[in-house]
Design a protein around this ligand. Structure first.
Ligand code: ZN
Length: 250
């Protein structure tokens, strides 16, 4: 056996046998034919050709298949699965205002839960096991991820501009709006960071530098330091954003 040593004698819950196994170890070995055993929610063993494999309650034929670590999606918005097929041919800067922001402005927690379930199931179906997901109603997104067994890094999206008016060139920073989102973000951290034995973590997620004031971003930095967690935000999403920021801040 070349993998973890535990538990040695107890029957495995699952054995995936006769598969290609991409170990992603220090030598990047790909073993074949190989067997992976699982006890509970842990990989418990990796066995190469000719090695004795412990019995398993469930055996999965891996012939012709590749077993590899789960993919990690480092930036996603599972709820936006609901817009699939509607913005592909629309330029990014246009779709942001014609579809993405109005969709978000009208989103409810129940709607976010339903769409995040769909996004999470699709992700899992195609091999993603961890998603960094930033959106409004992040608590609902977390619940969806938890239900399907995904590992999640969650961030409540923070901004202080009425995004529906941005299309008309109206940028009004509303301090109270930003502080409300900051409280929601902290609540998310308190209830989700470390949940599920560490399966869930949080980030602080200011939306973008053109809808958060420098003062709000300073608050964001303080919150991230307080909880010792990273910040994740969109930057330079469009030419107009870059132009706007240059005009504001030089
Ligand atoms: Zn994004």
């Amino acid at each position: 056996m070349t993998g973890p040593t535990e538990p040695a004698r107890a029957p495995a819950d699952i054995a995936i046998y006769d598969a290609y196994v991409a170990t992603v170890d220090i030598q990047n070995r790909i073993l074949h034919p190989a067997t992976v055993t699982i006890h509970g929610n842990r990989i418990s063993g990796l066995y190469g050709s000719g090695e004795a494999v412990p019995p398993a309650r469930r055996r999965i034929d891996g012939k012709g298949r590749l077993v590899l670590p789960g993919f990690v999606n480092i930036h996603s918005h599972a709820v936006l699965t609901g817009l699939r097929g509607r913005t592909e041919d629309v330029p990014g800067e246009v779709s942001l205002h014609s579809h993405l922001l109005p969709f978000r402005a009208r989103m409810t927690p129940d709607g976010a839960l339903a769409l995040a379930r769909l996004g999470a199931l699709e992700a899992l179906r195609f091999g993603t096991t961890t998603m960094v997901d930033l959106y409004w109603h992040a608590d609902a997104v977390g619940r969806a991820f938890d239900e399907v067994g995904l590992r999640g890094v969650l961030g409540e999206s923070i901004s202080e501009v009425d995004l529906l008016r941005v299309e008309d060139g109206v940028y009004e920073f509303d301090r109270a709006k930003g502080q409300k989102k900051m409280r929601e973000a902290e609540q998310l951290i308190r209830s989700w960071h470390g949940r599920g034995g560490g399966r869930f973590r949080c980030v602080v997620a200011p939306h973008a530098p053109d809808d958060c004031s420098p003062e709000l971003l300073a608050d964001v930095q303080a919150l991230a330091r307080q909880y010792r967690i990273p910040i994740s935000m969109h930057v330079a999403q469009s030419r107009s954003e870059v132009k706007r920021l240059k005009s504001w801040y030089g």
